[in-house]
Design a protein. Structure first.
Lengths: 327, 404
C-alpha cells in the first residue's frame, strides 16, 4: 500500500509547481524564504449548512459580494507554529482539516507535497498514518492498552514487524521519559504521563509534522512544562510542529504565532527564526525568567534554575541517539 | 497489519467485556447445542424404529383376514384357518417360505402364588413362531412340535410377564394359572424392549401351543393371523406372491382384486412410523435453527452496542492511521470469534448431552449436523457481524472523535 504514496507525491509536486506559478500570493511569497513547505493551504473555506443559513467556520477575507475568499497559509519544514484564537475562531476546524480528519468545503490543501483533496479514504488513512502525528487535548489513548502497545499502534497499522515495532516504540517512550511506564495502562498513568504517551505515539512514525490540539489544555502547569519541553526538543531536532492553543504561555514556545479571529487570519507574527532552535531553547534562562506561570517564577528565584529547566535534565544528544525514531 | 495482529485486537476487545462476550457466546452455544441435540433425538427415535424392525424380523410376513382397500370386490370374508396355514407350509407350492406359524391371540389374567398379572397378549402358535417373530429364549427352552401335537399345557413367557409374576426368581418349571388353566413355564424370552411400542409392551406376552390355547380360550375356529417366514429379506416379495396364490386357491377366489386377506411385511408396517418420526426430526431441527438465528441476532446486537460504545476508540484508531479495512477486520474478527467459540462450546455441550437419554430416547448424533450447525454458527457471526463492523469502519474520523 505504501508504494502509492510516492506516486501521489510526484503527481502532486507537478500540481504544486503549477499552482506556484499561478499564485503570487502570500504562499508564493513565503516560498522564496527557504525549504519546501510541509503545509500549503490555499483559499480554504469550511462552511456548515447551505445557502443563506451557511456558517463559515473558516472564511478568510470576504470579497465585495461577501463571499469568503478562503484562508491561505503555508508552513515550512522545521517550523513551530502556534495557531491561536478564541473559541469559535475556527482554529479547531483548521486543525481537523490539517489533520485530514475533516475535509474542507472548498480550497486546496497540500501536505508534504500531496494534494489531500484528491485522496480516497484508504489513501487518507495512509497519510494520517505516515505524515501526521496527532496530540489531542483529551489525550485520546486507546483504553485498556499498555503504553508501549499504544505507541506501537501506528506502526502496526503501517505494517511494521513486531520486533522492530517494539524497538521503535520503546525508543519513543524513553524519549518522553516513560520507558519505565511501558506496561502501564492509561488508567494507571497521570494526565501528564498520558499526554507524554500520546506524544510518543505521535512521533513514533517519524511524521512530517506533529499536530497538537490544545495539548496542555487538560494539564497542570508542571505537566504542561514537561510536555512543552518535549515538543520544544522535537522541534529543535527538526520536526515540524503545529500547535493549537489559546494560552499565551504555550504560544510563547512557538517560532511563529498565527492568530485566527472569526475564521480569518488576523495576525501572523514570527517570534524566532525558522532555522535554529525554538525560543525556549534559544535562551533558556531568559525564557524561564519571562514565564507567565507565577509558580515557575517563584521557583526560579529560590532555586538553581538549571534543575528546573527540563532542557538541562534532558540533554540534546539524547535526541540524536534515537535514530530509529527519527527514521 | 497481519491477521495475527487483528486477532489479538479482537481478543482484547472481547476480553474487555467478559460478561457481555460470555452471554453472547451462550446464545450461540445454546443454538448450536440445540440443533445438534434435537436432531440427534429425532435421529435417535428414527434409529429406534429401524432397530425394532430388525427385532421383529425383516423377513417375516403377516397374513391377516379382511380386505385391504375400498376397491376390493370381495363379497364375503372367509376366516383364516389352520388348513390355510398347512397349505402355506407346502414347500413345493411355496419354495420361498421356510416357516409358517398360525396364531390365535387373546388376553388373560395369569396368577402365580397369589400374584395376579393381566397379560395383554396370550398367543397360541407353533414353534416356527419363535424363528419368524425373532423371539429368542433367554432361559429354559421353546416348546416343541410334540407339545403342540399333544396339546400340552406348557408356555414360554415374556420378560415383563416373568418379572411381574416371579420377580427375580427363575420362572422355569413353575406352574401358573392362566384364565383358570394351569400352564407349566418352560422358557423365558429375551427382552425385546423397544420404546416405539408405547401401547403394547412386546415383552408382556405368553406363548403356548396353538391347540392348547384354542382348547382353553379361543375355540377351534378362525386364526387371528398367520406369521410366515420367508427365506430371506429379499425373498419377501416372492413369498407374498406365493401366499396370495395359495390362499386364493384355498379360499376359492378367482380374481386378485377380490382377495379376502392381506399380506403385510413388518418393514412396510414400520415404514409409516419411520416417516412420522422423520417429520418430528424436521420440526425439532426447525425449532433449533430458530434458536440459532436468535443467537445470531444477539451477536448483531452486542456488536452494535460495542461499536457505539467504542466510537471514540475507533476515531482514535482512524486518526493514527487505521485504514477502513483494518477497523472492519477487527470488528468482524470479534463477532466471528464470538460465534466460533460459542459454536465450539455448543458442539462440546451437545456431545456431552448426547450421552444422556432424553424423554426415553437415546440421542444419536448425526455427524453432518455437527459440521453443519458449527459452520452455520460461524457464518452467522460473519454475516451478522458485518453490519456493525461496516458501520464502525465507515465512521468519519472527526465524527467518531467527537463522540462522547
Amino acid at each position: 500500500m505504501s508504494h502509492s504514496l510516492p506516486a501521489l507525491r510526484r503527481r502532486a509536486a507537478a500540481e504544486v509547481a503549477q499552482a506556484k506559478s499561478q499564485s503570487q500570493s502570500q504562499a508564493g511569497a513565503e516560498q522564496a524564504r527557504g525549504p519546501v513547505p510541509v503545509i500549503t493551504v490555499q483559499r480554504l473555506v469550511k462552511s456548515y449548512g447551505m445557502g443563506e443559513a451557511a456558517v463559515h467556520a473558516l472564511a478568510g477575507p470576504l470579497d465585495e459580494q461577501g463571499r469568503p475568499q478562503g484562508v491561505n497559509l503555508s508552513i515550512h519544514q522545521g517550523d513551530f507554529v502556534a495557531i491561536m484564537g478564541s473559541s469559535g475562531s475556527g482554529k479547531s476546524t483548521l486543525m481537523n482539516i490539517l489533520g485530514c480528519l475533516d475535509s474542507p468545503t472548498s480550497g486546496r490543501y497540500l501536505l508534504d507535497g500531496i494534494d489531500v483533496g484528491g485522496l480516497d479514504e484508504h489513501q487518507l488513512s495512509l497519510v494520517r498514518n505516515r505524515k501526521i502525528g496527532f496530540i489531542f487535548q483529551s489525550f485520546n489513548l486507546v483504553p485498556r492498552t499498555t503504553a508501549v502497545a499504544q505507541v506501537e499502534l501506528p506502526l502496526a497499522y503501517a505494517g511494521v514487524k513486531s520486533a522492530e515495532r517494539r524497538r521503535r516504540a520503546m525508543a519513543a517512550l524513553s524519549l518522553v521519559g516513560l520507558a519505565d511506564r511501558a506496561d502501564h495502562r492509561p488508567n494507571e498513568l497521570s494526565g501528564g504521563q498520558q499526554q507524554r504517551v500520546a506524544v510518543a505515539r505521535a512521533l513514533v512514525t517519524a511524521p512530517a509534522m506533529l499536530l497538537a490540539d490544545e495539548p496542555t489544555g487538560n494539564l497542570d502547569t508542571r505537566s504542561t512544562d514537561d510536555v512543552l519541553a518535549i515538543v520544544d526538543r522535537l522541534n529543535a531536532a527538526g520536526r515540524t510542529v503545529v500547535l493549537i492553543t489559546h494560552e499565551d504561555e504555550v504560544a510563547r514556545h512557538a517560532k511563529r504565532v498565527v492568530r485566527l479571529v472569526d475564521g480569518q487570519v488576523k495576525s501572523d507574527v514570527r517570534q524566532a527564526p525558522l532555522a535554529g532552535p525554538p525560543p525556549a531553547l534559544l535562551d533558556p534562562l531568559d525564557f524561564a525568567e519571562h514565564s507567565l506561570h507565577a509558580e515557575n517564577q517563584n521557583h526560579r528565584h529560590t532555586q538553581n534554575p538549571h534543575t528546573q529547566n527540563p532542557q538541562a535534565q534532558n540533554p540534546q544528544h539524547a535526541l540524536n541517539a534515537k535514530t530509529g525514531v527519527q527514521g | 497489519m497481519n491477521p495475527l495482529q487483528t486477532l489479538r485486537f479482537a481478543v482484547g476487545g472481547l476480553a474487555a467485556n467478559k460478561v457481555r462476550s460470555g452471554l453472547t457466546m451462550l446464545g450461540i452455544l445454546i443454538g448450536v447445542a440445540a440443533v445438534i441435540l434435537l436432531l440427534a433425538v429425532g435421529n435417535g427415535s428414527e434409529q429406534a424404529v429401524v432397530n425394532s424392525i430388525d427385532a421383529l424380523g425383516t423377513n417375516s410376513l403377516t397374513v391377516t383376514s379382511g380386505t385391504s382397500s375400498a376397491t376390493s370386490t370381495a363379497t364375503t370374508i372367509q376366516p383364516l384357518t389352520v388348513a390355510d396355514a398347512k397349505a402355506l407350509a407346502n414347500t413345493t407350492n411355496a419354495p420361498d417360505i421356510t416357516g409358517v406359524a398360525p396364531e390365535v391371540t387373546t388376553s388373560q389374567t395369569a396368577i402365580y402364588n397369589g400374584v395376579s398379572h393381566s397379560v395383554s397378549s396370550v398367543i397360541g402358535t407353533y414353534p416356527a413362531y419363535f424363528q419368524a417373530a425373532n423371539s429368542k429364549v433367554k432361559t429354559g427352552d421353546y416348546f416343541s412340535d410334540d407339545d403342540v401335537l399333544n396339546s400340552r399345557k406348557v408356555c414360554v413367557i415374556g420378560s415383563t410377564t416373568a418379572s411381574d409374576l416371579f420377580g427375580t426368581a427363575s420362572p422355569i418349571g413353575k406352574v401358573i394359572t392362566l384364565g383358570g388353566t394351569p400352564f407349566t413355564v418352560v422358557g423365558e424370552l429375551a427382552t425385546k424392549g423397544t420404546s416405539t411400542s408405547s401401547f403394547n409392551d412386546p415383552d408382556d406376552t405368553i406363548i403356548a401351543p396353538l391347540p392348547t390355547v384354542q382348547n382353553a380360550f379361543t375355540g377351534f375356529g378362525s386364526l387371528s393371523q398367520i406369521l410366515v417366514e420367508a427365506k430371506s429379506a429379499s425373498d419377501t416379495t416372492q413369498a407374498t406372491n406365493e401366499i396370495t396364490t395359495i390362499l386364493m386357491g384355498t379360499h376359492g377366489i378367482g380374481s386378485a382384486s377380490a382377495v379376502d386377506f392381506q399380506v403385510s411385511s413388518q418393514t412396510s408396517l414400520l415404514a409409516t412410523r419411520s416417516s412420522s418420526t422423520q417429520t418430528l426430526t424436521v420440526l425439532l431441527g426447525a425449532v433449533a435453527a430458530i434458536s440459532l438465528l436468535v443467537g445470531g441476532i444477539g451477536i448483531t446486537n452486542i456488536m452494535l452496542v460495542t461499536v457505539t460504545e467504542r466510537t471514540r476508540e475507533i476515531g482514535i484508531r482512524k486518526a493514527i492511521g487505521a485504514p477502513k479495512g483494518v477497523i472492519m477486520g477487527q470488528f468482524l474478527a470479534e463477532s466471528t470469534l464470538l460465534s466460533l467459540i460459542g459454536g465450539g462450546l455448543g458442539v462440546v455441550a451437545a456431545l456431552i448431552g448426547s450421552h444422556f437419554s432424553i424423554v426415553g430416547i437415546k440421542p444419536v448424533i448425526i455427524p453432518a449436523s455437527v459440521y453443519g450447525s458449527f459452520g452455520i454458527a460461524v457464518a452467522i457471526g460473519l454475516f451478522f457481524g458485518s453490519y456493525p463492523a461496516n458501520r464502525a469502519a465507515s465512521l468519519r474520523p472527526i465524527d467518531a472523535l467527537r463522540h462522547e
